[in-house]
Design a binder for this molecule. Structure first.
Ligand code: SF4
Length: 443
């Protein structure tokens, strides 16, 4: 699909964003800090909510299953070229799938070695692999850890029942194998990157949090299901974006606020990144993730055929939504930074619609995840489909912080009905600071 074809689905930014004019006006691209490299495009599981295999983009069918060695080497050269050109000292590399361990650890190790050996001397690549855990053995974990690769594990909770939607292609539960992986990782904190969990409203938030914390992850990512105004998430009605801030039902905000209280009031547990990011933003620090805040996105994906793509979550919007039309054989990452879809995610508040720009919590919320702003035929210049839920959570955390800081300066947000952008109580973060962590594997 060409960019012009894509613009029928997303006029903003694909048709409306004038990148040459922005560059001429001095808006420069932010170098990439995170490279999401696809190792394998197939998966041994068939989770019913998977946004790659159940999403609207089916491009995985036309790509090689395993990334060829020549593509790995070419990608590594492009990463090194970008690091050299922008004088980057450290980058993050996330090895993804599908399931990246489908062909054992060899492909993962090969890709990691290709990147590290291509980097200029003195530059560091922090490498993780995100897996469903079912193929992770002690021997594989030994090899990954020895190579300096940390492992992230995707689960829906810490019990068999909570993982009932994560089955293989024959419908058999993944939990017996995945829970073995969780136990292996808990005993190897040096190789454990953390847990990733997509929120299911029907699951008890206390049970999800406590069962996951019991697996002793160093960090926990709680992800809102990928959805948008055209395809709203479970539990939220179809409604237009202009109704976003008036929604009364906030089931995801309530679910997350419940977990926040358990985390905030309970025994020391994992770092829950959404919460620490919101707290940091309330305290005036920049965001380090695309989910909240206004920091520019600094992440791109390279698929198994060498295609340079935007984030995978866009697969939920429309067919070929992540495409840039570029690949590592013909194009540099700097060229990808001029794609309108990439530019849009580096504009901070200038990339948001009027509702968000006038919102009293915009500096913390940042319009939410870019993918969640999509409306078919219009594009991505809308509030998040989780707008009211995000505001509920942000205000809840601000209240809890205020209580904790009762004898210090308070963290104050303007009234909910306010359309001003006053900054009482929290300072804006530097808009051009790149995220340190960016996106995580999202399944
Ligand atoms: S900044 Fe967030 S809470 Fe405010 S209008 Fe936009 S999506 Fe909604």
């Amino acid at each position: 699909m060409s960019e012009v074809e894509g613009s029928a689905f997303a006029p903003w930014p694909l048709a409306a964003l004038d990148v040459p004019a922005l560059r001429a006006a001095g808006r420069q691209p932010v170098p990439l800090r995170q490279f999401v490299l696809k190792v394998h495009s197939r998966c041994n599981l068939a989770c019913d909510y998977c946004y790659i295999y159940q999403g609207r983009d089916r491009s995985w069918r036309d790509r090689p299953a395993r990334t060829p060695s020549a593509t790995m080497r070419r990608t590594a050269q492009r990463v090194a070229e970008h690091v050299r050109r922008h004088g980057l000292r450290e980058i993050r590399v996330d090895l993804h799938g599908g399931e990246p361990l489908m062909t054992g650890p060899g492909t993962v190790l090969e890709y990691a070695e290709a990147v590290r050996s291509a980097l200029p001397a003195g530059r560091t690549a922090h490498i993780t692999v995100q897996t469903n855990g079912t193929l992770l053995t002690a021997h594989t974990l030994d090899r990954l850890t020895a190579a300096g690769i940390r492992v992230g594990l995707s689960l829906d909770g810490g019990t068999a029942a909570l993982n009932a939607r994560r089955t293989d292609h024959a419908g058999r539960p993944s939990w017996p194998a995945a829970s073995r992986a969780a136990r292996l990782l808990a005993d190897r904190p040096d190789g454990y990157a953390g847990l990733l969990c997509t929120i299911d409203l029907s699951a008890d938030p206390a049970l999800v949090y406590h069962s996951l914390a019991a697996l002793r992850p160093p960090s926990l990512d709680l992800l809102l299901p990928h959805a948008n105004w055209t395809a709203p998430p479970p539990g939220l009605p179809h409604r237009p974006p202009w109704a976003a801030r008036h929604a009364r039902a906030v089931p995801y905000g309530t679910w997350l606020a419940t977990v926040f209280d358990l985390w905030w009031d309970g025994e020391p547990g994992p770092r829950v990144r959404l919460f620490t990011e919101i707290i940091a933003l309330l305290l005036g620090l920049p965001s380090r993730t695309e989910s909240v805040g206004l920091s520019p996105s600094a992440a791109l994906v390279v698929d198994t055929d060498g295609a340079i793509e935007q984030v995978d979550s866009l697969k939920t919007a429309y067919e070929h939504a992540p495409a840039t039309g570029l690949d590592v054989f013909r194009n540099t990452f700097d060229q990808a930074l001029d794609h309108p879809g990439v530019v849009a995610r580096q504009l901070g508040a200038d990339g948001l619609g009027a509702t968000c720009r006038g919102c009293p919590v915009v500096r913390v919320c940042g319009g939410g995840n870019y993918t969640h702003r999509y409306l078919e035929g219009s594009g991505f210049r809308h509030p998040s489909v989780y707008c009211a839920d995000l505001e509920h959570l942000i205000r809840h955390i601000a209240r809890r912080l205020n209580t904790a800081l009762a004898h210090h300066d308070s963290v104050t947000l303007p009234d909910r009905g306010s359309a001003t952008r006053t900054d009482r109580g929290f300072r804006p973060g530097p808009g051009d600071q790149p995220p340190e962590e960016g996106i995580r594997a999202e399944r």
